[in-house]
Design a protein around this ligand. Structure first.
Ligand code: FMN
Length: 179
């Protein structure tokens, strides 16, 4: 079986936003919402840049658009939650991706143990304190130390090629943890 030849950019300096989005869109991810509060005002944004960084100490990272409301609130508050969404929560993923809206309007939200809003029925809540941040290009990379983990079984919402997707378990034996 032959595969299609790849589309390649012609040379240095020719990697534009479309090429990056198309290429990275082939790297399937889950979908999460980063939530925090600025005083009494809750903020949240949909992300797929979530990465597990370290087990000891427990660290995760998210890449947040520099200057976005949620980014500024996360940095100011020094804490945030990561809410991993299920396939039932596609509408929430869309809601928290709309720019300039009150993302929490009419939404039942709980407060976690560390004074951050958490989204009910999410598969995972990670409550984090900001460990450190660095600016990289047009995003702020925010490393969070995980203070509390809650997780439940369910079907995770996927994101592939710019579309929401299902994540299919192939039913094989679990891969051994060697990292
Ligand atoms: C599936 C999906 C994944 C996204 N991932 C990110 C991300 O990792 N980082 C980011 O800054 N924006 C991401 N966005 C865009 C933000 O959700 C969007 O800009 C949001 O409106 C920002 O909220 P705010 O400006 O109200 O804080 C993503 C959007 C979608 C639909």
């Amino acid at each position: 079986m032959t595969s299609m030849p790849p589309d390649c950019t012609p040379g240095p300096g020719s990697v534009d936003a479309v090429a990056m989005r198309t290429a990275m869109g082939r790297f399937a991810t889950g979908v999460a919402v980063v939530t925090t509060t600025d005083g009494d005002v809750p903020h949240g944004m949909t992300v797929n840049s979530l990465t597990s960084v370290s087990l000891s100490p427990p660290l995760v990272l998210v890449c947040l658009t520099t200057g976005a409301r949620t980014t500024e609130a996360v940095v100011t508050a020094g804490r945030f939650a990561v809410n991993v969404l299920s396939t039932r929560q596609e509408q929430l993923a869309l809601r928290f991706a709309r720019r300039g809206e009150d993302h929490f309007s009419g939404l039942p939200v709980k407060t976690g143990s560390h004074a951050v809003p958490v989204i009910p029925d999410a598969l995972v809540h990670l409550e984090c304190s900001v460990h450190h941040t660095l600016t990289a290009g047009d995003h702020d990379v925010v490393l969070g130390e995980v203070l509390k983990v809650c997780s439940r079984d369910g079907a995770p919402l996927g994101f592939l090629g710019g579309r929401f997707s299902d994540v299919v378990d192939r039913g094989h034996e679990p891969v051994p943890w060697f990292f």
